[in-house]
Design a protein around this ligand. Sequence first.
Ligand code: SF4
Length: 318
Amino acid sequence: MNKNVGLIIEKSYNIFKDKTKLKALEPKIIRAGIYGGLPWDCQTTDVVSGCLSFDKVCYANCFVAREAFKKGIAFGARQFNILNKEILKEDLNHIDCNQKFLRNGWNSDPSWNWKTVLELCKLVREKNKHIILNTKFLIPPAKSFMKQFLRLSVEFRVSLSALDKRYAIEQKMDLINEYKKMGGLVIPVLISAKFTEKFLVQKQNDIVKYITENDLPGSEIPLRVYEKSPMIELIDLNMSTKINKTKEIWFGLLYKNELCMPCTSSTSKLYTGLSNNKSSKIDRSYLKKIWVDPFPTHEELKKTNCIRIPEKIGYFQE
Ligand code: SF4
């Protein structure tokens, strides 16, 4: 019988169950780049502070949620952050002119507040920067929003995993296809792992097949699982490497040939999107230029026992 993934996810953060002790985050002013107090010029503050409750955290493995719970923060109590146009415009004026794209979706998900995200995208586009929204489509955008995002050439990067429920995968794929058909650029991002459970291996293979058969420019982020997490029972430990510093298990990139796009943190600051939204039409020499600081592949990890992870992963903004 298949293991109940939902139940394993639910119990993974049980140590933080005593919610009465947790405090909600304060709403923040939405800022951009280093001038705005963020660690990188490509970054914008999330439109919401907080995201999901301890029993719903994505793949029981959100570093941001874990850090928040450890600090006594009620990560599931979302607060709308404040967009002050003048402050944001001033921040945008100070972004390095060689930083050609900005991203949103870092310590939360843009889908919690599409209206504010749209305002943010408009301001970023006024400064002639490309914008990437890293999302799990926790709230699907209405068609009217999709049309406006398209007009602003917004790029969506949508995370998917075999650990998602079937209906969630289908919903994300429908939205991915809809935006692609409209002419928009959308990158499905597989959160990959080596699983012990056959049904998860099959689901992951199905996602990769879907991305390649639909000629989508896919990307990949290897899942990292805390060694004491109940999730470990789903993970093929024989195939893994441990990151000693964080006590996490991971596998490196498993599908570098099939999923050709770098993840956002491995993307050159000169990136301005793609001229075509079909994988087969991407200029491979351009692709080579935009890969920076890549994760090691699974084979490289096995050979060198390399445990380095890019700096832009694992930073919690309180
Ligand atoms: S959507 Fe992102 S920030 Fe929110 S719980 Fe999932 S991984 Fe964490």
